[in-house]
Write a protein that binds this ligand. Structure first.
Ligand code: ADP
Ligand code: AMP
Length: 219
C-alpha cells in the first residue's frame, strides 16, 4: 500500500526529527515546505526572495506560492510509492487545495499524524535547535546531541547552524500564527477520519515508537 502521509504539529513539535525515521523506514521523500523555502532563499531565486520577507517575520508565505510548490513537488516521480509532507498544509485553504491535488494526481492522503505538544515547551525546543549544514539533520543542545561532539551522526559533517527564525522574538510570532490555524486543521482531518494524534512531549524515542505503531496499523 502507498504511504501518503502528513506530519503536522506546531513549530518545534518534532516533525523534522520524526520525519528522518519515517522516510528511512518507507523509502519515501520528505517534503518540507520550510526546507524548500530555505533552499530557495539560499539560492536567492525569485521565489526565495519573496518567501524570505515572510519567513524573517515569522509569518506564513501566501497560500498560492506555497500550494504551487507542493503541487509541482508531488508531480515528481519519486512520490510514486508515497510521500511525507511536513509543515504543509498550515491553513485551511492549503488543506483544501491539497485534497484537490490528491484527487487530480491520484495521491490522496492515507493518514495524518499530529504531534501534539504543549506550546509552553516549544520556545525551549526551538532556541536549542541546531542543524547540520551538509545534510540538514536536526539536533538539540540538551535533548539530542550528536553522539560525537561536533560531528553529525548522519553524514559526518562538522558545520552546524541555527535558524534565524528560531530567535525568541520570531518564535513568538511563529507560534501565535500557527496556533491560530492548528485547531481548524485538526478538525478538518478529524472529519476526514485521517487524524492520528501522538503525545509529542515524550522523549524522541517514545514519540517514534508511537508513530511506528500507527504506521504499522495502516499496512
Ligand atoms: P519541527 O520540525 O516540528 O519544527 P524539530 O524536529 O526541528 O521540530 O524539533 C525541534 C527541536 O526540538 C530540535 O532541536 C529537536 O532536536 C528537538 N526535539 C524534537 N523532538 C523532541 C522531543 N520529543 N523531546 C525533546 N526535544 C525534541
Ligand atoms: P518550518 O521549517 O516548517 O518551521 O517553516 C519555516 C517557515 O517557512 C514558516 O515560519 C513559514 O514562514 C514558512 N512556511 C513553511 N511552510 C509553510 C506553509 N505550509 N505555509 C506558509 N508558510 C510556510
Amino acid at each position: 500500500m502507498s504511504k501518503n502521509l502528513l506530519l503536522m504539529g506546531l513549530p518545534g513539535a518534532g516533525k523534522g526529527t520524526q520525519a528522518e525515521n519515517i522516510v528511512e523506514k518507507y523509502g519515501i521523500p520528505h517534503i518540507s515546505t520550510g526546507d524548500i523555502f530555505r533552499a530557495a532563499m539560499k539560492e536567492k531565486t525569485p521565489m526565495g526572495v519573496k518567501a524570505q520577507q515572510y519567513i524573517d517575520k515569522g509569518e506564513l508565505v501566501p497560500d498560492d506560492v506555497t500550494c504551487g510548490i507542493v503541487e509541482e513537488r508531488l508531480k515528481q516521480a519519486d512520490t510514486k510509492n508515497g510521500y511525507l509532507l511536513d509543515g504543509f498544509p498550515r491553513t485551511l485553504e492549503q488543506a483544501k487545495q491539497l485534497e484537490i491535488m490528491g484527487e487530480k494526481l491520484d495521491k490522496k492522503l492515507d493518514a495524518v499524524i499530529n504531534i501534539d505538544v504543549d506550546p509552553d515547551i516549544l520556545v525551549a525546543r526551538l532556541s536549542g535547535r541546531f542543524i547540520c549544514k551538509s545534510c540538514g539533520a536536526t539536533y538539540h543542545k540538551l535533548y539530542k546531541q550528536p553522539k560525537v561532539e561536533g560531528t553529525c551522526d548522519n553524514c559526518g559533517g562538522h558545520a552546524f547552524y541555527q535558524r534565524s527564525d528560531d530567535e525568541p522574538e520570531t518564535v513568538k510570532n511563529r507560534l501565535k500564527v500557527n496556533l491560530e490555524m492548528n485547531t481548524p486543521l485538526v478538525d478538518f482531518y478529524s472529519k476526514l477520519n485521517l487524524l492520528h494524534t501522538v503525545a509529542g512531549d515524550q522523549n524522541i524515542t517514545d514519540v517514534t515508537k508511537d508513530i511506528n505503531k500507527i504506521l504499522t496499523n495502516l499496512d
